[in-house]
Ligand binder design. Sequence first.
Ligand code: SAH
Length: 377
Amino acid sequence: MTSLPVLPLSPGAAPRRPALPPRHLADLDLAGRQALVAELGEPAFRAKQLSTHYFGRLVRDPAQMTDLPAAARERLAESLMPTLLTAVRELACDDGATRKALWRLHDGALVESVLMGYQDRVTVCISSQAGCGMACPFCATGQAGLTRNLSTAEIVDQAVYLAGVAASGAVSGSPPRLSHVVFMGMGEPLANYARVIEAIRRLCAPSPEGLGLSQRHITVSTVGLVPAMRRLAEEELSVTLALSLHAPDDELRDELVPVNQRWKVAEVLDAAWDYADRTGRRVSIEYAMIRDVNDQPWRADLLGRLLAGRLAHVNLIPLNPTPGSRWDASPKPVEREFVRRLRVAGVSTTVRDTRGREIDGACGQLAASETGSADGR
Ligand code: SAH
């Protein structure tokens, strides 16, 4: 790294770069934590003890770390487990099976995560950025622009925190153990590439180095940043790739997913099929059903032709209209016809359940309602 000259800031000027969050043990692998603990003048095995509390027992309160000498507890926890996320709001719906958290980060930025309990699994949906720079016009996060990338630990901590909520039995009728993580909260994960990859490694490393999830239970959702998709295919991770397609033709996709102006449908699907070839993993094609915009029978047929014979599954998402939006969800009969045509083309298709609607469950709406940024459009 080169050091840049320090320029005097004029009074009141915004810093040129967002301040980094404090370092946390989830930013580091076990060896890195051991080195840090040693720097603090403590025996290296304390790193493993702290990691066991954080990743294994989901404990973050130093008072509960009774295997650490009382004198060292606070200092170690302060240095390796600073508070990264402060809950601003926690909401539950669907009879407690869906819980949504709105967090304030150390610099005031807001991000959201959602915990979803099912009969056989518990999933968390996490954010990779505060805001998003991809500007998809139907997405609440896209309207506000990008604030900053999250650090690895800020990403991981959302899952660890909600794993603790699940372990406390808060999600009735579901297993107590978090099993699945989807990067479908705020932000474009592949635009924060290195930290997201590190976060995946932490989530999947066996305890106590990490949370011990299976790579196959992690889904990374992208607007289609082709070079990053190709890089991801080289990582030798067996995570699921979800591609937010939303339109089978460039004319409409240029509008719905503006990054399509840079990487066209054909290119982005090519990269998706390469990902499927390299990993053997079925790619999930995300398609928000928007009334009279992308839900015509001919678009279903075109999508069917593009996907037939590929290792792909279509996930139709009924549009969750953002406040003030001119768009609405497709009527159910239109949705059913879309599904029928895709299936006739031999493409496996499901419609996503719409968890958390009444708590602004989807896509940045909670943060938008907190800041009022979705108003007045
Ligand atoms: N930036 C990534 C991940 C975040 S969004 C991506 O775009 O894939 C996760 C999914 O929710 C994406 O498929 C996104 O297009 C979709 N989405 C965003 N806003 C939505 C809305 N209002 N209704 C339905 N789906 C939405």
